[in-house]
Write a protein that binds this ligand. Sequence first.
Ligand SMILES: [Zn+2]
Length: 384
Amino acid sequence: MESKQSKSSTNRLRGLVPRDKRQLTELHVHLGGSVPIYRLWEMGIARGIRGVAHSYHEFIRMLHRNQETAGNLDQYLEIFDTVELIQAGPEAVQESILIAINGAYRTGGMTRLGPGGEGGDPDPVFSINRLELRFNPMKRTGMLFSRGEPSGLFDVDRIIRAACEAAEESEIAYRGDIQTGLLFCFGRDLSWEVNRTLAEKIQHWKKTHPKIVGIDLAGPESSMALDSESDLEKMAEIYDIAAGDDLGRTVHVGETPHVSVETFVKTIKALKPHRVAHPVTAARGFWDDKDARGLEILAENDICCELCVKSNVLTQAIRSAEEYGRFLKTLDEFGIRYTFSTDSPALQMTTLANELEFLVEHEAINQEQLLKALANAEEATFIR
Ligand SMILES: [Zn+2]
């Protein structure tokens, strides 16, 4: 049963978003986190993936990212190996992308979901009509048991092409009601050789596939913080090979204390991103040590922040809704743009509407901030 409290915060959110602003862009969603758990279950069963079939209840408990299963970024990321295995191969990637786009289109504006992530709200607050979806193609090659070795069961070229085709097909199916762009992520937990191979693949496929709109770096900061000059140089080279001047650049950086303000600044200088994901280190450096260098470099370069509210609270990057409000105020003080996204809507059982509702419910955001963030997403998207 929907509580009175949640119903009233949904209505407050509805009141804050004007009718002519109810077609939104969401730009930070991982493919691994956006296939609903019930669909992952069905895919795992259909494909005969080991370790999936003990019980559906157990599967939901294992995959659902909540306070119990995700107390920091490393724990939050633990389950993605299983998801990547279920999504391995061109056919599964294609299927996953279609499901993810369908999910964003159908449920992105809903504030309530069913237990397996099914849409459960007959009256969405808005709709999503532009979606940036990101994933690491190398982690869909079935290389779980050969991590660190540049070999996978499936052909990465086929995976990339299948992904682009899925994005194109969905646009035809939806008659343009939802546009999709794909971002490919490098992995902090993959070898240089694997990341470099991916960069060369992106360089090749982007020439003929306009659905490829950007690149990203993801994975545990504890594996590689990029705190040495030589690591930064290597990653910068990989970014240049893949993106050159024609793809959008974003980077997950500063989500954990593994990245210092110093490293944060050096990463921005080396990788030259247009956007950054979860730059919490920059704010925390300012709060705790009066070190504004992280915030200043974001402001000077007009870098837009991709914020994922519940994910940041789950990983304890930000400790509470109240602290989220402080985070937004700090970004405003420095004139830094930000946007809101779900990160892993299906595994966190959240939606974009739900994320915004959370901020509204806890009075961590005002209408001006909210509408500016929605407009920022339109401006900062890599989809053209
Ligand atoms: Zn992310």
